[in-house]
Design a protein around this ligand. Structure first.
Ligand SMILES: *Cc1c(COP(=O)(O)O)cnc(C)c1O
Length: 228
């Protein structure tokens, strides 16, 4: 319901601001990615009305059906799901940021398709900080090599890192994962001399801790739109 969405939005913004202030950070430095996957276009429009401009989606088919082109120039879609190389072409017209670059073959396929279209794409590397075997993402040890490949791809613009914490993790684990991503980012910036301003981490249940640990993007679905 749209009235719920407005109330949820107000509550989330208050919690984002409070978390940022606890960490001596500017609340405006935290972007809420409204994770609208599985929710219909009306909910996206209601969230847009409520001031959200960045939307998180995870399925190419759903994106191409939900967002008729052209949509408002200030509506930005972040792809937060794993991407098969054969779907890249279908996704490129819609996507502002790909948050889930996790392997060299994807970097190579993206570069080829972007070059053909003479297009640039902002990307984040998805890092599996917790080392969960079933989770997507490059390992922290292999991040440097993958990042070098992105830097070497002229049509890819690396903007930062993304991670997901283990489901139901306790606070110590969350801080280890989110703080670990921040430290890895700091180290990579230093080693490779590249600016990586974005840290996409934190979801409905853990975004406040993520903000305290330096998140610039929190990906919030259920707390905004309701249960899926
Ligand atoms: C679904 C999803 C989210 C949002 O999760 P909620 O628990 O609904 O806030 C965030 N990030 C990724 C990668 C997701 O797939």
């Amino acid at each position: 319901m749209i009235s719920d969405l407005r109330a949820n939005a107000t509550h989330i913004r208050e919690r984002v601001s409070a978390a940022a202030e606890r960490a001596d950070r500017d609340p405006a430095a935290v972007t809420i990615v409204a994770v609208s996957k599985t929710f219909p276009r009306e909910d996206v429009d209601a969230a847009y009305e409520a001031g959200f401009r960045v939307f998180g989606e995870n399925r190419v088919q759903e994106i191409s059906e939900k967002y008729a082109l052209p949509f408002p120039a200030d509506l930005h879609i972040h792809m937060i799901g794993s991407l098969q190389t054969n779907k890249i072409g279908q996704l490129l017209p819609f996507m502002d940021v790909l948050e889930t670059v996790d392997r060299l073959s994807l970097v190579e396929a993206l570069q080829r398709q972007l070059e053909r279209r003479d297009q640039q794409l902002n990307v984040m590397l998805e890092v599996n900080v917790a080392g969960e075997s079933q989770k997507a993402g490059v390992s922290p040890e292999e991040t440097s090599d993958l990042l070098r490949a992105v830097i070497a791809a002229p049509h890819l613009v690396p903007v930062g890192f993304m991670t997901m914490a283990p489901l139901g993790a306790d606070e110590a684990t969350l801080r280890y994962v989110f703080g670990g991503l921040r430290e890895l980012r700091d180290r990579m910036q230093h080693e490779l001399g590249v600016a990586l301003p974005a840290l996409s981490m934190g979801m409905s249940d853990d975004f406040e801790i993520a903000i305290e640990e330096g998140a610039t993007h929190v990906r919030i679905g259920r707390a905004l739109f309701g249960e899926r």
